[in-house]
Unconditional design. Sequence first.
Length: 116
Amino acid sequence: VQLQASGGGLVQAGGSLRLSCAASGRTFTNYKMGWFRQAPGKEREFVAAITRSTSTYYRDSVKGRFTISKDNAKNTVYLQMNSLKPEDTAVYYCAADPNGTGYRDWGQGTQVTVSS
């Protein structure tokens, strides 16, 4: 599946952004979808995931602030980010796990910058 992430930008601390990840090539109804991020000089880290049964998972530092959701009709997964902090600054990537064996397909990334 091909993934196209969008919605990044520059926002002040405390602000909000909504990232979108549009999938094409295959329907992702049965996929687990995830968001990851990578800050300069750091390794890529898990942010959030949503399973085909719509169970959701978050890294501790974003719980209560970020919400992952998906619209199967639009083949799109979202990451609503509220109460953003400077430490959320990173390139955000969406990824697809088609069969539970790991994230195989990755989008190109979208930059999120949070100013203090």
